[in-house]
Design a protein around this ligand. Structure first.
Ligand SMILES: Cc1ncc(COP(=O)(O)O)c(C=O)c1O
Length: 326
């Protein structure tokens, strides 16, 4: 129980024992940053889309540990003055991150990784300090442990007695790898479904098979431990259709749950579509959808026009206390 609670919380709220108390964690980064610190690095370099949650979380974590954040951000915007400060970019900027703008379609292995290595060399020469390189999404054999601990938490919460299937968004594969590997190693019998929001099933199968090999599980195959679901990425990574945005609005209006347009929004909508078109895909009908965060992505402006159009009748002008609201 927080020692602060009695001071900041009204008496009645202190009795709300049914509200679960969460430990705040940044999952993959908890392990990646521990590795960076143990290697005595002075800089952290990572990469992602211009609105990457992972890059923003890395920048914040780096500053908390007195490391210098460097972010390679993919976008089609070519003019430096047009790089905004909305959504995750606001936090990247607040953290004083060095941001390197690279073409949106840059592949990780052949372009981003070599650029990160070039930057690390430059920083070493200029500052005498080493840089720690974090791959896209933090999805490697170190970051993997973040989702192994998530799985342990789900077990400790008794969730696997209550659910048959777990469904989540998949963007770089680390979440999927961590959950599916833990499920396999613990012998839990939940079925793991990763709904991909970019690339394709072949790419993630290969990536997760490589992760399995990197942790010595080369006799285990991705296809035996994970159901990768494609067909729900819409216009592509980070691009939304109006139907997707309307879905997000519907969910928040019906439940108060906010889904981000890039990950959980697409995955939750994908789940609904699969339940309609392919219900046998699921082991049972007790399905746990894992919301993986990304709330700052909601402030990137992409939801604005749909939200304004859908709620225009809800904005009532009420200029004078003597009149009724319009
Ligand atoms: C909010 C959110 N959900 C899901 C994912 C996908 O996780 P992964 O990259 O491990 O596949 C990401 C990736 O950055 C994310 O930011």
């Amino acid at each position: 129980m927080s020692k602060l609670l009695p001071y900041v919380c009204p008496k009645w709220a202190q009795n709300l024992n049914h509200i679960p108390k969460y430990r705040i964690q940044v999952r993959k980064l908890e392990f990646l940053m521990a590795d960076a610190v143990s290697r005595k690095c002075g800089h952290v370099i990572t990469c992602g889309g211009v609105q990457s949650n992972h890059c923003r979380a890395t920048a914040v974590a780096a500053r908390q540990l007195q490391l210098q954040p460097h972010l390679l951000l993919r976008t089609d915007v070519q003019d430096q003055s047009k790089i905004g400060s909305e959504g995750n970019l606001l936090l990247d900027r607040l953290c004083g991150s060095n941001m390197y703008i690279v073409p949106r379609k840059s592949p990780y292995e052949t372009e981003l990784k070599p650029r990160m290595e070039t930057l690390a060399k430059k920083l070493r020469e200029e500052t005498g300090k080493e840089a720690y390189l974090v791959p896209v999404g933090g999805s490697n054999s170190v970051g993997l442990f973040g989702y192994i601990t998530v799985f342990e938490e789900l077990i400790s919460q008794g969730l696997f007695d209550q659910f048959d299937d777990i469904v989540f968004a998949c963007g770089s594969g680390g979440t999927a790898a961590g959950l599916a590997i833990s499920n396999h190693l613990t012998g839990s019998r939940i079925r793991c479904h990763a709904i991909i929001v970019c690339d394709d099933k072949a790419y993630f199968t290969d990536h997760i098979n490589q992760t399995l090999c990197s942790v010595g599980l080369d006799t285990v195959h991705c296809q035996d431990i994970l159901d990768i679901i494609e067909g729900h990425k819409g216009r592509g990574y980070g691009l939304s259709t109006s139907e997707e945005l309307e879905f997000i609005m519907n969910v928040s209006q019906q439940s108060g749950i906010m889904l981000d347009p890039v990950y959980s929004g697409k995955a939750a909508r994908g789940l609904m579509e699969e339940l309609r078109s392919n219900p046998d895909r699921f082991q049972g009908n007790r399905i746990l959808f894992l919301h993986t965060g990304g709330v700052f992505g909601m402030y990137d402006g992409s939801l604005d026009s749909v939200v304004k159009a859908e709620t225009k009748d809800l904005v009532h002008m009420w200029p004078s206390i003597d009149s009724s609201p319009e």
